[in-house]
Design a protein around this ligand. Sequence first.
Ligand SMILES: NC(=O)c1ccc[n+]([C@@H]2O[C@H](COP(=O)([O-])OP(=O)(O)OC[C@H]3O[C@@H](n4cnc5c(N)ncnc54)[C@H](OP(=O)(O)O)[C@@H]3O)[C@@H](O)[C@H]2O)c1
Length: 512
Amino acid sequence: MTCDMQKPQNMVIVIFGASGDLTHRKLIPSLYALYDQKMMPDHFLILGVGRSSYTDQAFRDRMMQGVRSFSELNHLNESELLQFQQSIAYQQLDPSKAEDFPRLKIRLDAWTEETGSPANYLYYLSLLPSAFAEIASNLAAVGLNHSTDGFRRLVVEKPFGYDLESGRKLNDDLHKAFEESQIFRIDHYLGKETVQNLLVMRFSNGIFEPLWNRNYIHHVEITSAESIGVEGRGGYYDGSGALRDMLQNHLLQVASFVAMEPPSSMDADAIRNETLKVLQSLKPLRNEDVANHVIRGQYVGAHVRGNWLPGYREEEGVPSDSRTETYVALKFFIDNWRWGGVPFYIRTGKRLPTRVTEVVIHFKPTPHTLFQRDHVCQHCNTLIIRIQPDEGILMRFGMKQPGAGFHVKPVHMDFHYTELSDQHLPSAYERLLYDAMLGDSTLYARADAVEAAWQFVAPIQHMWKTDPGQKIHGYPAGTWGPEHADGLIEDSCMGWRYPCKNLADDGDYCEL
Ligand SMILES: NC(=O)c1ccc[n+]([C@@H]2O[C@H](COP(=O)([O-])OP(=O)(O)OC[C@H]3O[C@@H](n4cnc5c(N)ncnc54)[C@H](OP(=O)(O)O)[C@@H]3O)[C@@H](O)[C@H]2O)c1
């Protein structure tokens, strides 16, 4: 714990859906990492709840297995682990049954009384979204939503709806039981150090901010590539797709951090007001924009490094005629004074050649080209903000190649985030859980921002649903997505950045 870090107040963390994947893979290892760094409260209870039957000890054993398998700490301290697990317990409860909630209240009240702590309860909804509203209402029915003796907070996992209407309804339903200030919507991208560093980089350095506008920036590219496919979660993914799973939430949030105006302070609402303004300034997409500036794709089988990778439609749980996109690329504009006329491009997909998430700021070329254009243009003049993996910042620019003539060679200055400190880099869930315990909602999505993002993607969802003429392009697994996406960036000199080459050695690009 560094000197400016606060210790959260004593509390109970109640995890709904505690028998699930997320709890033992991310939540408990992250809570343990906070414990290891002395960032947990002096007294706390992690109470897993769900329909599955566990004794306290059986649940602890499962959670410890999660810590051992998924902890990102360099070392595990056995005696500390033993202490930590004493603060974990389980209660069987069906979240859809209101009659089960008085038992939860009795258990929570008993803990408060035993420890002499305020009734601080942090509820984490780590289960399917259709259960969220019911749980909020069942908590409210037994008075577990408000208290004068402690805080009540509700952390909600994504997805926050599947379109504008359902997103609004979910917000309305949650607001019947909890106030907006009590609701923490997780967007784990905002928990990543490099996304937060965007604020520091932009607003603590005099170098970048004067250039950060339409006068100097040619276009902005945001890429989030995954090399994996659906990894056995085809059934879940087929109901979602790249637009809902990545673009509407994580990548539009990242875009809003890139494009926001300086906030008046580092206060949560000051920052979130500015990111909201960006989302509200997204130029609405007309039908012709969807047709011309949105490319969707689906991976098809291909050989990658000698191994055959099946196509999306061959994955378990995926219908053989699925039209769910595993790739989406989009060109859009932000209609405000800073960004008017500057194209933003986002692309995201599965089974691409590598795993990388990065923001690339392409600065405008010089007004007059003194040197041979081919040498100057290829990704000189760019600032690359690497969000994952190997978080860092890379600046590329042109330098004279030693020797005769004036040949320009792209060179780069490279900063890796790990060089900044030998401390453990907190995982996104660690950071977000810690903030929720402190009541800091800066890195959580607010209801109005979620709705603004749904509003922006609504025309895409509508066209894809209603217009059978909207193409879905096949791309071989291991490539950078449909070739059609290359044409989105009209300037041939300043196209997408390809951090590595295509890997597939055969397979056709085709229309599905
Ligand atoms: N896993 C991830 O990596 C990941 C990443 C990002 C976001 N998320 C989000 O995090 C949440 C949890 O993900 P998860 O992967 O842990 O989910 P999960 O394993 O599919 O389910 C979590 C738990 O929910 C309970 N559950 C299942 N069906 C239910 C129903 N019909 N009614 C009530 N409870 C039900 C089950 O517990 P009981 O049977 O014991 O009640 C299950 O163990 C989801 O909203 C997901 O979208 C997950």
